[in-house]
Ligand binder design. Structure first.
Ligand code: C2E
Ligand code: CA
Ligand code: CA
Ligand code: CA
Length: 278
């Protein structure tokens, strides 16, 4: 995706660079991929803005297809959503993230939070929160260690059920983030209805901060999040200047290539160990 440089708002255009596979071909290859163990979770560190300390990580799905090579989530998640496969895949991601939290806890590293993306279809499944809560209980993991990310558009498309689904998640003590904020159409009025903990500023803002109008919109998003008492994570931070901007304006956490690309669980645990020993 790239930002259309002529517009102050975030508009994505499809990146068709590697998208030669047809939907049907993707769907066919994907249907057995879970069972064949072709999926992997990478984790992207989230650091505290003021100290640079690792405080969380976002789980990002990777598909290593022997047939198609490494396929990015931007091309396979939409297909999985259309075919309904996302339910099984999403459940696998959640289970794996909980296992990794448990793995970390067992070696004394239980301070970081793991964030998992929820697809619209998963989010509309009212028993999902109960299932996740049970997985967490069985693994003896503090529920607030798991943050669920729901995009702004998911929430706006299901306004009537969104609040109920979110209440259910909060009832179990899990943390809730609104993802890709600023790319949809939520108003302060809507946001006030949602029991959110965290707001993630979309990377299209971060990467266009040198434009005055984008910087101003970003400041108003920060102001909005502050008023609602939300923790703020800025995404897609690639440069020192971007990091400075968010630090100066009191964003809580930063995530982006400046700190780390998404990395395998093992590498994340190594980072955590390193940090624990300093
Ligand atoms: P997202 O949730 O907005 O995730 C952030 C994306 O930005 C990730 O792309 C990440 O690798 C990328 N990114 C992180 N830092 C930077 C940076 O500094 N610069 C740039 N240019 N990009 C950065 P990724 O991993 O390709 O994932 C794309 C999207 O696929 C995610 O966007 C999310 O919507 C979806 N996705 C990934 N994993 C899952 C999953 O397990 N379930 C669901 N439902 N969706 C997922
Ligand atoms: Ca996300
Ligand atoms: Ca995002
Ligand atoms: Ca996104």
């Amino acid at each position: 995706s790239r930002l259309d440089k002529t517009l102050p708002i975030c508009i994505y255009t499809a990146d068709i660079g590697q998208e030669i596979e047809s939907r049907a071909e993707l769907e066919r290859a994907m249907s057995g991929a879970l069972g064949r163990g072709e999926f992997e979770i990478y984790y992207q560190p989230q650091v505290e803005a003021l100290t640079g300390r690792l405080v969380g990580a976002e789980a990002l799905l990777r598909w290593h297809s022997p047939e198609l090579g490494d396929v990015g989530p931007e091309s396979f998640i939409p297909v999985a959503e259309q075919s309904g496969l996302i339910n099984a895949i999403g459940q696998w991601v959640l289970r794996k993230a909980c296992e990794d939290l448990k793995l970390m806890k067992d070696i004394g590293l239980d301070h970081i939070r793991i964030a998992v993306n929820l697809s619209p279809l998963q989010f509309s499944n009212m028993t999902l929160a109960d299932e996740i809560a049970e997985t967490l209980r069985n693994a003896d993991i503090e529920p607030s260690r798991l943050e669920l990310e729901v995009t702004e558009s998911t929430l706006m498309n299901n306004m009537s059920t969104a609040v109920e689904a979110m209440m259910n998640i909060k009832k179990h003590g899990m943390s809730l983030a609104i993802d890709d904020f600023g790319t949809g159409y939520s108003s302060l009025k809507h946001l006030q209805l949602f029991p959110l903990d965290c707001l993630k500023i979309d990377k299209c803002f971060t990467q266009d901060l040198s434009r005055k109008s984008t910087a101003e919109i970003t400041l108003s998003i920060i102001e909005l999040a502050r008023r609602l008492n939300l923790r703020i994570i800025a995404e897609g931070v690639e440069t020192r200047e971007q990091a400075d901007f968010f630090r100066q304006h009191n964003c809580d956490e930063l995530q982006g290539y400046l700190y780390s690309k998404p990395i395998p669980a093992k590498a994340l645990i190594e980072l955590m160990k390193q940090q624990a020993s300093t």
